[in-house]
Design a protein around this ligand. Structure first.
Ligand code: DAH
Length: 347
């Protein structure tokens, strides 16, 4: 037997690589020669050789087909993702819109917004890059204020018109000044008030672990009117949390410090999982420190042109990821951005 199938295989695959029409390899004289040799073989050799040759041909066919597919793809015009979208065409079939679903954080963000909207709050968006005026100055952190260090976040190397770096906001409180100015005219109407929540994304320069992410969500709230007091703040937050967790909860308010509120509080709620007995969710404390809040500092109202002698207000800022983790007993905050389908499919 003079034809070696291993040699024939390398010859045919080399020919395939070189051909413009991959199928032309089937016309190869060496392949024809091999088939022509079959009848000349002894009956014993004939069946093994025939079977192996057919196996080789099958392999060759697969290689031909995959080469053809590659060539067809290379012929397609490149996709321009920036090209204008023709609104009258149906969406490209490449986008599996029907098999996608909302991220759990987005679902919960919508739920939270909905609860506040039903309480009369307007829902606004924050931004992903902001300036030092909104991050610090209008929130009563003057230049060099030590509390600025508590909000370590990312900054651009490029500077704005004031020669200052731009900031990836470390909290949604950056929107307070804008919201106070935008809705200030509400105060002029009878019994008028400013009532806004801003659920959005914030950024911190954190060492990552099960409880800390560099990117997470907060919901900020402000309420300003005549005669607003801390009791209203506590009642609003309690009502919100009881609706969100769908159960009666006790709340605990401890004094704290934020430059933009006076007085400032840290707000804790009784653990929804153990009725204050202590469990792994609340680190055996029975209580969970959940958010910062307080009465809006007169300087913050003044910087937006609101007279603190006439109007008072409360503000709060609450981590959304934390709320959601507690609701579903999610043990690690990094799951949210991990992109693991096993995690996401549970919602
Ligand atoms: N911005 C604060 C933080 O991220 C939370 C906060 C505290 C927001 C008190 C407020 C507030 O509006 O009044 O740490």
């Amino acid at each position: 037997m003079s034809i070696k199938l291993t040699d024939l295989k390398s010859t045919l695959f080399a020919q395939l690589e070189a051909l413009e029409q991959p199928r032309d390899v089937l016309k190869s004289p060496q392949l024809k020669e091999a088939y022509a040799a079959i009848p000349t073989l002894s009956p014993g050799e004939r069946s093994t050789f025939g079977r192996d040759l057919n196996g080789l041909k099958k392999e060759l066919m697969l290689a031909i087909e995959s080469r053809e597919t590659l060539m067809q793809q290379a012929d397609l015009p490149p996709i321009d993702v920036t090209a204008p979208w023709d609104v009258n065409k149906s969406p490209a079939s490449l986008l599996p819109v029907n098999s996608g679903s909302l991220h759990p954080l987005m679902k919960e963000k919508a739920r939270i917004s909905d609860i506040f909207a039903r309480m009369g709050f307007v829902v606004e968006e924050s931004r992903e890059i902001d300036d030092q005026l909104h991050m610090f100055e209008t929130l009563n952190f003057p230049k060099g204020h030590p509390a600025r260090d508590d909000y370590d976040t990312f900054m651009t190397t490029q500077v704005d018109a004031n020669g200052e770096a731009l900031i990836a906001p470390a909290h949604t409180s950056t929107m307070q000044h804008r919201m106070l100015k935008k809705y200030k005219s509400n105060l002029e109407t009878k019994n008028g008030s400013i009532a806004v929540v801003v659920p959005d994304r914030v950024f911190r320069n954190e060492d990552l672990d099960a409880r800390h992410e560099h990117t997470f969500y907060q919901v900020e709230g402000i309420f300003v009117a005549k005669g607003v007091h801390a009791g209203m703040l506590i009642a609003t937050l309690k009502e919100f949390l009881q609706t969100y967790y769908a159960q009666e909860l006790d709340v605990r308010v401890n004094p704290f410090y934020f430059p933009f509120t006076e007085p400032s509080f840290e707000f804790a709620l009784s653990c929804p999982f153990c009725e204050k007995k202590g469990c792994s969710v609340c680190s055996q404390e029975g209580w969970i420190e959940l958010l910062g809040c307080g009465m809006i500092h007169p300087n913050v109202l003044k910087s937006a042109g609101i007279d603190p002698a006439e109007y008072t207000g409360f503000a709060f800022g609450c981590g959304i990821d934390r709320l959601v983790m507690m609701k579903y007993q999610i043990e690690d905050i990094r799951h949210f951005h991990g992109g693991k389908l096993n995690f996401l499919r549970q919602f």
